[in-house]
Design a protein around this ligand. Structure first.
Ligand SMILES: O=P(O)(O)OC[C@H]1O[C@H](OP(=O)(O)OP(=O)(O)O)[C@H](O)[C@@H]1O
Ligand SMILES: Nc1ncnc2[nH]cnc12
Length: 180
């Protein structure tokens, strides 16, 4: 692993048994407190997608906002928010999904994506892939094209990358952690 990826990985703290027993919480707030690591995550994702014909970046609430917004700015592209229910003020569509530890709904503004769009989804972490699959469905229901999703962290044992592959999404991640 490169020195910069080592820095990114070592700046993510692991908290056992949070939010419940058996889960090791991979905490990106500690990464955000290391400017060189935060900058590197944004730079690496931006470089990866620079010439891929992306027209919009979508970030999922809430940690996806932290990384999605600076990547969108660095690519010079619009940033679109996918949010938990009743947070978006204009007309929305909703999609239910399963989490590693629960169930939830995500929403998007119907006028935020058009049939002309080729979307990149950004989130902090890929676990089961449920959050991103729901986001993919929202974008496609609005006629947008989406083939790429980027994450800082992948938890390979939870099978998110394979789940996304089945729905035609190629995922890119900076670091991986064993366990749940
Ligand atoms: O691949 P999955 O199994 O769907 O899990 C990953 C998702 O879970 C976490 O978000 P969470 O819903 O906890 O919301 P938060 O970002 O607001 O903390 C994380 O930020 C990802 O969005
Ligand atoms: N293990 C984990 N750590 C941090 N965020 C998560 N979201 C889903 N699983 C997670």
């Amino acid at each position: 692993m490169s020195q910069i990826l080592e820095l990114v990985k070592s700046s993510i703290k692991s908290i056992p048994d949070y939010p419940k027993k058996g889960i090791i919480f991979r905490d990106i707030t500690s990464l955000l407190e290391v400017p060189q690591a935060f900058q590197a995550t944004v730079d690496l994702i931006t470089a990866h997608y620079k010439d891929k014909g992306i027209t919009k970046v979508v970030g999922t609430e809430s940690r996806g906002f932290i990384f999605g917004a600076p990547v969108a700015l660095a690519l010079g592209l619009p940033f679109v928010l996918v949010r938990k229910p009743r947070k978006l003020p204009r007309e929305t569509i909703a999609q239910n999904y399963q989490l590693e530890y629960g169930e939830d709904t995500l929403e998007i503004h119907i006028d935020a994506i058009s049939t002309e769009d080729n979307v990149l989804i950004i989130d902090d972490l890929l676990a089961t892939g449920g959050t991103v699959e729901a986001t993919v469905k929202l974008i496609r229901r609005l006629g947008g094209k989406v083939e790429h999703a980027a994450f800082i962290i992948k938890l390979p044992e939870l099978g998110g990358a394979e789940r996304l592959q089945k729905v035609g999404i190629t995922s890119y991640n900076l670091v991986s952690f064993d366990g749940h």
